[in-house]
Design a protein around this ligand. Structure first.
Ligand SMILES: Cc1cc2nc3c(=O)[nH]c(=O)nc-3n(C[C@H](O)[C@H](O)[C@H](O)COP(=O)(O)OP(=O)(O)OC[C@H]3O[C@@H](n4cnc5c(N)ncnc54)[C@H](O)[C@@H]3O)c2cc1C
Length: 335
């Protein structure tokens, strides 16, 4: 384990907000956690786990300790006729795991190709894209429980995965460190092409895991700005889920409003569409802005502060609330 004072986080968060962490710890092995937490407890310090910093907005220099994992192992734990159980450590880049799964002919994770970040963060907001969510393939999650100071394994059910949510965003928020994730990876050939942009592949004689991955990569590149060029954290807001009654009322005023059916008489509305209706694509607030090709993405045009991006988010929330009576919830973790 390494302890660094005043670690610059500018290149450790994809918004590229210039902040410094007073205490930064690099953990190479989960066995180091009990000793680290014993130390932190003496100072009553509650730490933040930083993965790839691709879903975080720092609004100031964090005064709390920051912990980052550099654990990297992928291990096949058990083999079954239809699937294998595969354990991946928290510090692995998410897309390295997806590429490994494709190389080894596992079906499932491929739709989640090219999502930035780490394996350890994937269960936190149950990352999702192109009709799939990580939680669908998670068998269990190994955590270090900070309050109880012990390792625990949570089953898929105990993780309470939902749309961009899990137990790690609710009752275990700030209380659990994910050290590794065990995936149940299918071996039977099956492609999920339910997402509209992927339907073009349905009749392709060349359909393969690699072709699907390549296609998803191309679509993502056309819709999302590359954080190495322009700072951003992907979708800033969650797509709101509202009751069907509220949709009917909105349809009177906005007949074109797009929506997707959800269980229990609810519908999901694309937040990007709501923001776009306000004419905010390309809008700027100081050095912060709404991405010109995708209204759901807030960007750092250079030297934006976290506060500036947060102010922009609030402007958008107020305008959406005023026009549609819908409160947009941030997907990004504001620190
Ligand atoms: C260009 C771009 C595109 C994106 N596309 C998508 C997408 O398609 N779908 C999607 O769902 N998301 C997307 N995201 C968001 C982001 O990639 C995911 O949320 C990702 O899981 C964040 O991983 P991270 O390692 O960077 O986490 P961080 O941003 O470092 O952390 C996110 C949260 O998880 C917590 N955390 C991180 N690691 C651990 C751990 N080991 N134990 C406990 N808590 C932890 C942090 O404390 C924080 O609260 C995108 C982001 C960008 C920049």
């Amino acid at each position: 384990m390494q302890h660094i004072n005043n670690q610059d986080l500018t290149h450790l968060n994809t918004f590229h907000i210039e902040v410094k962490a007073k205490d930064f710890y690099i953990v190479e092995n989960e066995s180091e956690l009990p000793r680290l937490f014993h130390e932190l407890k003496k100072h009553n310090a509650k730490p933040l786990i930083l993965g790839g910093g691709s879903n975080i907005l720092f609004t100031d220099n964090p005064q709390i300790p920051i912990i980052q994992f550099i654990t990297k192992r992928i291990k096949i734990l058990e083999k079954y006729p239809d699937y294998d159980l595969v354990q991946a450590e928290a510090g692995i880049k998410w897309d390295d795991l997806v590429r490994w799964s494709v190389e080894n002919n596992y079906y499932g994770l491929v739709n989640l190709s090219y999502i930035p970040g780490t394996v350890g963060a994937a269960p936190v907001q149950n990352i999702g894209a192109y009709g799939q969510e990580a939680g669908n393939f998670i068998h269990s999650v190994k955590i270090y429980n900070i309050e109880q100071q012990r390792f625990q394994t949570l089953s898929q059910e105990q993780c309470s995965f939902g749309y961009r949510s899990s137990i790690f965003k609710t009752s275990l928020k700030g209380k659990a460190i994910i050290t590794s994730v065990i995936f149940r990876l299918p071996k039977q050939k099956h492609f999920d092409l339910s997402y509209k942009d992927l339907r073009i592949l349905q009749d392709s004689p060349l359909l393969s895991l690699w072709l699907l991955r390549l296609t998803i990569g191309k679509i993502r590149m056309s819709k999302l700005p590359d954080p190495s060029i322009i700072g951003n954290a992907g979708s800033f807001f969650k797509n709101p889920i509202i009751p069907t009654d509220q949709l009917s009322a909105l349809q009177q005023r906005f007949p074109q409003i797009p929506h997707y059916q959800m269980p229990r008489q609810k519908v999901k509305i694309p937040a990007g569409w709501l923001i776009d209706q306000l004419g905010l694509k390309g809008y700027r607030h100081g050095n912060a802005g709404v991405y010109e090709n995708n209204a759901l993405v807030l960007v750092n045009h250079g030297n934006a502060t976290g506060e500036e991006i947060l102010e922009l988010a609030k402007i958008i929330q107020d305008k959406v609330k005023e026009k549609f009576d819908i409160l947009l919830e941030p997907e990004v973790n504001i620190i």
